[in-house]
Design a protein around this ligand. Structure first.
Ligand SMILES: Cc1cc2nc3c(=O)[nH]c(=O)nc-3n(C[C@H](O)[C@H](O)[C@H](O)COP(=O)(O)OP(=O)(O)OC[C@H]3O[C@@H](n4cnc5c(N)ncnc54)[C@H](O)[C@@H]3O)c2cc1C
Length: 326
């Protein structure tokens, strides 16, 4: 998360106009100024990006990252915004939504651009008679975002299947890394520790899966679908699990045991269905969500001594929040 990190530099109107025109002219990618970001996130909160672009193939992704680096423009990547709470002040610099989605299956390998939705990857694997990616159905993000988070569910995670990912590093060169090289661990990766405004960029992924009868895979997918319907507040804006599970315990169980389900800040509340989900059930703001999360964290620390660690990412400028957490 970005807590404690200086927010990205804002671009003034003249800079937005100049850079937007340059990107359009040189790269052929359309940009918009002061683009509201809430609709690009599952929590449905957040202010505008100074400059926003959506890239639909790897050529555009590589070119726009190179452009941002060469002009020293702060860059923020957006997958499907399913792990993000964007501040009400928005995000400075250039925000790029990664929608490159080419995918192919070669024997037991699934090779995809970073913007492919995980659920789509899971279905493609099933259709190819390959098992190992069923958990992807539970993750409403992109495969790139899933590498960044080492996303996982139902006792499987990205690290189990990732052979390699193409990554553009801080010096602008692209190289391939395996799960160890990317430091993948429980909801952790080296990518999470890149400096604000200069992210490592996942361009593509290669996953190794195993042959299986499609009917068996379909059965597993149905089970995961049923489990999610029963246990998660689907259809209500949220960013999934708010906190990582502390070692040997579950954040949801701890929060529930303290009677915090239903706790509310403005339009955000602790889900009645799953205590580790904060839901935006009454058109809340990012500030509501952040205040609620901090209240839950403080209560848990006070009552149990356990310091919960945020799993969701607080992106953008949070300097206005109660004295500023930056
Ligand atoms: C209802 C619900 C259920 C969920 N269930 C689970 C679950 O079971 N398990 C789980 O692990 N997660 C779960 N999540 C959280 C979320 O779906 C995952 O963390 C997912 O991997 C985020 O992917 P994204 O594309 O949405 O990333 P975003 O939210 O768009 O971005 C998250 C971070 O990744 C970075 N990023 C995105 N794309 C790239 C890229 N190409 N290269 C480098 N960095 C990138 C962004 O800059 C940002 O810092 C759930 C979320 C919701 C809303």
């Amino acid at each position: 998360m970005t807590e404690g990190v200086a927010p990205a530099r804002r671009l003034d109107e003249a800079e937005q106009l100049r850079l937007g025109t340059d990107i359009q002219r040189r790269l052929g990618v359309k940009t918009s100024r002061d683009e509201p970001l809430a609709r690009f996130t599952t929590m449905r909160v957040g202010g505008p990006a100074d400059l926003f672009a959506e890239v639909r193939n790897l050529f555009e992704l590589r070119a726009i990252v190179r452009f941002a680096r060469s002009r020293d423009i702060p860059l923020t990547l957006l997958g499907r915004g399913s792990d993000l709470v964007i501040s009400d002040q928005g995000i400075g610099g250039l925000v790029v939504k990664v929608s490159a989605q080419q995918v192919r299956v070669e024997d037991d390998l699934l090779i995809a651009d970073a913007g492919l939705p995980m659920a789509k990857a899971a279905t493609i694997a099933k259709d190819a008679g390959l098992t190992g990616l069923e958990f992807g159905l539970a993750i409403p993000g992109t495969v790139g975002g899933a590498v960044w988070a080492n996303a996982g569910a139902h006792e499987a995670e990205m690290a189990d299947v990732l052979v390699r990912a193409g990554v553009i590093g801080p010096d602008g060169t692209e190289s391939e890394h395996d799960a160890t090289g990317l430091g993948l661990a429980y909801r952790e990766s080296a990518l999470k520790h890149a400096p604000e405004g200069r992210p490592d960029v996942v361009t593509s992924i290669t996953l190794r899966l195993r042959p299986e009868d499609p009917a068996v895979i379909t059965g597993r997918l149905d089970e995961i679908r049923r489990w999610r319907q029963a246990h998660q507040p689907l259809g209500i804006p949220s960013a999934g699990s708010t906190f990582r599970n502390p070692p040997g315990d579950s954040a949801g169980r701890i929060i529930d045991s303290l009677g915090l389900k239903g706790l509310r800040e403005g339009g955000a509340s602790v889900s009645e269905k799953h205590a580790n989900f904060l839901v935006n059930d009454q058109k809340g703001t990012a500030t509501d969500v952040r205040r609620l999360g901090d209240r839950v964290r403080e209560t848990v620390a006070r009552e149990t001594g356990i310091e919960l660690v945020y799993e969701v990412v607080f992106a953008g400028d949070w300097s206005g929040l109660d004295g500023g957490t930056g």
